[in-house]
Write a protein that binds this ligand. Structure first.
Ligand code: COA
Length: 328
């Protein structure tokens, strides 16, 4: 049993930050950022809470799907930057969209979150035959967790939200989820309040190199190495289950972290770059949002068409990786 994407949506904050804007607070320049990452600009949430951005994207996806929100059986939200420890983003989106009959929960698989949620949604649709539709929402405000004094990480990320409404279909769907928790200390942001308690009350070194509160820490080189292997691995783990090869794929929709990571993945997969959707130049790395946002934008532009075979492949903090292959 597979899935069909009925509708997609997105929300992007108005505020744009160009590479040149960063020169006001860190020692960097447009040329370095473009050549090392492929990023030219990104959006920054201002007043918008994460749940608000997610709800706006969800409303658009529901309208495009042409369904009644009451018929949604489950809302799954993917995010690493929730406004609250609790409630979940999914509960707030459920209320905002009028999906009154839906169960709601969040997944945190960082940048792999949307593919994790898609895989989870398919399993729900398969086992709960009374469930008609699942709403998946990815929403992030990375900017609230960035260290704007760290030039190697703050230039990479952007904010926004994207959503998709899915139903079951009889078309083939294959997916694979994975994690390597030994890399948990390579990319993280602490929850507010936790670090100080650990240090002061227990004098316990938790092994995380950066002790400051809730600012993103990243070992860029190690994450880069992981990422270039994780994307092809995510594809092959999913593809091998159904004897699919890269030639069978019309569009690869990879996590949008760095153009060089995508180019290396394309080379390792033996697939031409022309088959890879790239949006990071104008949005940066929006974590769990990057894959559904690239999907939504490409569908809107008529690049991705019904009947085409897609490979969504992601990696992220955790460390995590995930792949899903299906027909649009
Ligand atoms: N502007 C100018 N110089 C910068 C810079 C910036 N924004 N950021 C780093 N540099 C400098 C470094 O300080 C270093 O200087 P040094 O040689 O004097 O020490 C030099 O550029 C090279 O640094 P390095 O870390 O080797 O660069 P890189 O080519 O590996 O690129 C990243 C750095 C972060 C872009 C790259 O490692 C990367 O993309 N990693 C993966 C990150 C990622 O995908 N994260 C999200 C995962 S979901």
């Amino acid at each position: 049993m597979g899935i069909k994407i009925l509708g997609t949506g997105c929300y992007l904050p108005d505020q744009k930050l160009t590479n040149n804007d960063f020169t006001k607070f860190v020692d960097t320049n447009d040329e370095w950022i473009r050549t090392r990452t492929g990023i030219a600009e990104r959006r920054m949430a201002g007043w918008e809470p994460v749940w608000y951005m997610g709800s706006e994207a969800a409303r658009q996806a529901i309208a495009q799907a042409g369904i009644a929100p009451e018929d949604i059986g489950l809302v799954i939200a993917a995010s690493a930057t929730n406004d609250f420890h609790t409630p979940s983003i999914a509960c707030l989106v459920q209320h905002e969209t009028g999906a009154v009959n839906a169960a709601a929960f969040d997944v945190n698989a960082a940048c792999s979150g949307f593919v994790y949620a898609l895989d989870t949604a398919r399993r729900f649709l398969e086992t709960d035959t009374g469930m008609k539709y699942v709403l998946i929402v990815a929403a992030e405000a990375l900017s609230r967790f960035l260290d704007f004094g760290d030039r190697s990480s703050c230039i990479l990320f952007g904010d926004g939200a994207a959503a998709a409404v899915i139903e079951r279909s009889d078309k083939p769907f294959t997916s694979a989820l994975g994690a390597d928790g030994s890399g948990g200390r390579l990319l993280y942001a602490r929850s507010v309040g936790v670090a100080e308690e650990i240090k002061v009350e227990h004098e316990f070194d938790d092994g995380f190199p950066e002790k400051r509160l809730h600012k993103l820490y990243q070992d860029g080189r190690e994450v880069y190495k992981f990422a270039t292997k994780a994307l092809p691995k995510a594809f092959h783990l999913a593809a091998d289950k159904a004897g699919i090869t890269p030639e069978d794929i019309d569009w690869f929709v990879p996590h949008q972290a760095n153009i060089r990571i995508i180019e290396t993945a394309a080379k390792n997969l033996g697939a031409p770059m022309e088959k890879f959707i790239v949006t990071l130049d104008h949005y940066g790395n929006t974590s769990s949002v990057s894959i559904p946002l690239a999907l939504h934008e490409s569908i809107e532009k008529g690049v991705i068409k019904r009947g085409q075979k897609l490979a969504l492949i992601g990696f992220g903090a955790g460390l995590t990786y995930a792949g899903a292959i299906f027909e649009y």
